[in-house]
Design a binder for this molecule. Sequence first.
Ligand SMILES: Nc1ncnc2c1ncn2[C@@H]1O[C@H](COP(=O)(O)OP(=O)(O)OP(=O)(O)O)[C@@H](O)[C@H]1O
Ligand code: SF4
Ligand SMILES: [Mg+2]
Length: 346
Amino acid sequence: MPERDAPLLSIRDLRITFRTRTESVRAVDGVSFDVYRGETLGVVGESGCGKSVTMLSVLRLIPPSTRVETSGQILFDGKNLLQASKREIRHIRGRRIALIPQDPMTCLDPVLKVGRQIREALEAHGKLDAAEVERRGVALLETVGIPEAGRRYDQFPHEYSGGMRQRAMIAMGVANAPSLLIADEPTTALDVTIQAQIMDVLRAAQRDTGASLVLVSHDLGLIAEMADRVVVMYAGHVVESAAVQAIFSAPRHPYTLGLIGSLPQTTGNEKWLRPIPGSPPDLAHVPSGCPFHPRCFLARGREICRTTRPELQSVAAGEHRSACHFVAELEGASAVPAATHGGGAA
Ligand SMILES: Nc1ncnc2c1ncn2[C@@H]1O[C@H](COP(=O)(O)OP(=O)(O)OP(=O)(O)O)[C@@H](O)[C@H]1O
Ligand code: SF4
Ligand SMILES: [Mg+2]
């Protein structure tokens, strides 16, 4: 486990609301978590719970065309990025924090060849001669599994497939040797061999530079294997956070239990099974009280679940936090036998 000095990234009470003519979507509603130096933080939660919006807001990449209200703090090395100037953000983006977005087109420049964009990333760290830059750029594309990397280096992003674009973003992110890498679903569209290759690239980058990694993924097997700590999000909230072993062996939130219960019983490419009844709420109409109450097996019609939002609070040693009024009833709960976890969490 990495040392616990001051966090590199500290998100405090982040709230992000999208406004349309008719409604407000509270995509992120009071999210707080820390990322420590050198660690891998896994972020999990069903589709639409605010993971990508949280990550995009770190680098202020939420599309400017939307009407959005943001409050709270995103402290990076002590500096509040929500109040940094555009110039400061541009300087931090890529050099100190690299985001590999779920949709690579949010960050790739469509009018510049991929090679040129990688070159800019490499040159941000000092002058290199042109041949050396190209050699390193092509080698990076090779390490992320892009076939015919020499030819691909001279192509535009639109000539790449979606999966290749994402891999090109990973190459660029790694080229910068940032102190924080945020990878939002970096392997979803990729086959298993390439997935493993991408994870090796991220691990190697982390090992070489001591970077922190935030890994957003639906793949709990991957999270179990890669993460040191895990943050579980539901409907724009953090509902549980803990060391990876605690999340998988002693989850203390009914939602996490449901998620882990949905781990495939064998590793591989099976679809994510879903024993949690119902689906996550529309964020324009989040349920009152605990946002999970309509789906929660533990709520059993209890009034407090319908009326009062539970705070995220410490439930056990080792910074294990959960937001559930009845967390004590989950003591000793486990989702699936440890032997079936598939990853390194057992
Ligand atoms: N630019 C936007 N304008 C309006 N609403 C948005 C915008 N971006 C995201 N949202 C809404 O914010 C909510 C959270 O979206 P987000 O993309 O963060 O989910 P997610 O947890 O990353 O889901 P997934 O697992 O599917 O990637 C959703 O309800 C989404 O519709
Ligand atoms: S507070 Fe109530 S509804 Fe929410 S997770 Fe706990 S038991 Fe379930
Ligand atoms: Mg997302």
